[in-house]
Structures are given as structure tokens and as C-alpha cells.
Design a protein around this ligand. Structure first.
Ligand code: SAH
Length: 295
């Protein structure tokens, strides 16, 4: 998943032969980086190989990355790692051009140019293409929107936390459909700015934004206990957050976790089970898994 929000994103790319090896390598690499330092993503190619991309906030030391990849995947693959830089300007332009409306349950995520084309039976979420992750196009964002759609049909959540809000898409969706207070946080300052802008654009006035690593913000503590927590991050941070999220979750709260590859889901379920959460539902989508857990 590309969650790098810095002005330029630096990438290392390589291909792996099988899904199992790809997942193993993603796990090994994810463990090797500090939180926020790198984001590792795997995508299946039409030819069955798996592309692995590591996104870095800062230009990586190529020799050490090759060494890490070598340890995780073998020297042959390490030799074939390529490095490139994606300029933020190009990325924004590309996403503006590519942005087609994305339906997910009752929601439809769209750009400005489709503002007048939201079907009357859908709840439109307008996202300005910017440097924050979450235009609705990614399987994890859509998985969370589908989970949210399914959950609100059954219960009325009043206190919502969106951890790793990116563009603010999930916080806006929750605020709009539940008409309730939402605390939205992100480790990345650029994301928080983008999310604030998107909340204004959507007149989602009940969202409080906080910049924080994990749950370390007074706004997050003071909004607890939450009866709905959305966290679309990645396996590594999600594992570390199981304890803090349990402490923030009300009894019977639902927690939606995403950013998980199918091979990651069981590890996440196990660690959340140890904190007293039960699995309610798995939502597989585009090679990713979103989990709905119940406290
Ligand atoms: N919620 C959005 C964005 C998901 S991308 C969506 O569903 O589309 C994941 C976001 O989590 C990124 O914006 C990234 O900056 C943020 N993030 C990653 N690690 C984090 C951490 N430890 N604490 C808070 N936010 C984090």
C-alpha cells in the first residue's frame, strides 16, 4: 500500500515468484523498518508474479536495502531491486486524471469533477487528489467503507475513531452516515492537512483531527471509549496497537482493521483475540483483507 505522504516518494521495487514467498518477504521487510519509515506493499501481476514495492519517506540507503531484501528473499532477487523516485507533482496530476468515482456500499468516493454526478441513493464523499492516501480506489479503503456500510445497518455508533485517516475518507464517511463525532488521527502532518481540507469540502463538521503516532494524542484519549474504531494501516502498526485499541474500545465496540494481506489476517486476528476481541467478519477485496472485530 502506498502510504508515503512526503513531497517525493522513494521506492524500491522487485518481483517475487509466488504469493507465499511474497507474503513472507513483506513480513520480514515490514519488521525491519521503524514505524513511518517505510511502507511495504505487494501486488499480484497478471503474469502471476508478485511485485513488491517499498515506499520510503526519505531516500533509502540502497546497499542496506539490497542487503535486507537479500536476507528476506535471497541474493538473486536482491540484485534485481530497482530504485526510483515518484515526484509528488506527477502523482497528484496522475491521480487527478485517473480519479473515477468509486462506489462502496452506500458510499461513492469521487473527485470534484464528478460532484454533480453522485446518484441520489448514494452518499458522496468528495476527495481532493492530494498527497494523502485514500481516494477510495485502494482495496483496503473500499474494504473499510464496505465494513462501515454493513455495520451502520445494524448498530448506531456514537463515538468513532479513525486511526491513520490519510485523506480523511473514512472519518468523513462515518461522520456523514452516523452524524456523530469522529476523532481522526494520522502520524503524517500532510495527511492531517489534506484530511481537514476534505472534511471542510464535505461539510463534515463533527470531525476532530489530531496528529499522532498510534494512539498518543490527548484528543484520542478524551474521545474514548469508542464504539467504532477504524484503522487502515498495515500489519506492523496494527499489531502494536492491539493493546492501546482495546483500552480505547467500549464494551461491544467494533474495530475495523485493514491494510492486511490475506497471509497477515490470521496473525492480526490472533493478537486481537488475545486482547479479548472476537472476529465478526472478514472482507476480502482486491488481494487485501479487512477485518471486523467485536470487543
Ligand atoms: N484511512 C485511509 C488512509 C489509509 S493509509 C483509508 O482508508 O484510505 C494509512 C495511513 O495511516 C497513512 O495516512 C499513514 O500516514 C497513517 N499511519 C501509518 N502508521 C501510523 C501510525 N503508527 N499512527 C498513525 N497513523 C499512521
Amino acid at each position: 500500500m502506498t502510504s508515503t505522504l512526503t513531497p517525493a516518494s522513494h521506492r524500491a521495487n522487485f518481483a517475487i515468484g509466488s504469493e507465499i514467498t511474497a507474503k513472507h518477504v513483506v513480513d520480514r521487510l515490514t519488521e525491519s523498518f521503524f514505524e513511518g519509515q517505510a511502507a511495504v506493499a505487494a501486488f499480484e501481476r497478471p503474469d502471476g508474479l508478485w511485485n513488491i514495492t517499498v515506499n520510503f519517506a526519505d531516500p533509502p540507503d540502497q546497499a542496506s536495502i539490497r542487503e535486507l531484501v537479500g536476507l528476506a528473499a535471497g541474493d538473486d532477487i536482491a540484485r534485481h531491486v530497482t530504485f526510483d523516485t515518484v515526484e509528488a507533482k506527477d502523482w497528484v496530476k496522475a491521480s487527478l486524471e485517473d480519479l473515477v468515482p468509486v462506489p462502496a456500499g452506500r458510499f461513492i468516493v469521487h473527485g470534484q469533477h464528478d460532484r454533480d454526478r453522485v446518484p441520489s441513493n448514494k452518499l458522496g464523499i468528495e476527495i481532493e487528489a492530494a498527497l494523502a492516501f485514500g481516494t477510495g480506489h485502494h482495496g483496503t479503503t473500499r474494504g473499510c467503507l464496505l465494513a462501515l456500510d454493513a455495520l451502520v445497518k445494524r448498530r448506531r455508533s456514537r463515538r468513532v475513531l479513525d486511526l491513520g485517516t490519510g485523506s480523511g475518507v473514512l472519518a468523513i464517511a462515518a461522520a456523514k452516515i452516523l452524524r456523530t463525532r469522529v476523532i481522526a488521527s494520522d502520524i503524517d502532518r500532510v495527511a492531517i492537512e489534506a484530511a481537514r481540507g476534505n472534511a471542510r469540502l464535505n461539510r463534515a463538521g463533527t470531525i476532530t483531527f489530531a496528529r499522532a503516532a498510534g494512539t498518543k494524542a490527548s484528543a484520542i484519549a478524551s474521545g474514548a471509549p469508542y464504539d467504532l474504531i477504524l484503522a487502515n494501516i498495515l500489519l506492523g502498526p496494527l499489531m502494536r496497537l492491539s493493546g492501546p485499541l482495546r483500552r480505547l474500545a467500549a464494551r461491544h465496540a467494533r474495530v475495523v482493521l485493514s491494510g492486511l494481506l490475506p497471509g497477515h489476517a490470521n496473525a492480526a486476528i490472533a493478537i486481537y483475540r488475545a486482547q479479548g476481541f472476537a472476529l465478526e467478519r472478514r472482507v476480502p477485496l482486491d488481494g487485501w483483507v479487512t477485518l471486523i472485530l467485536r470487543r
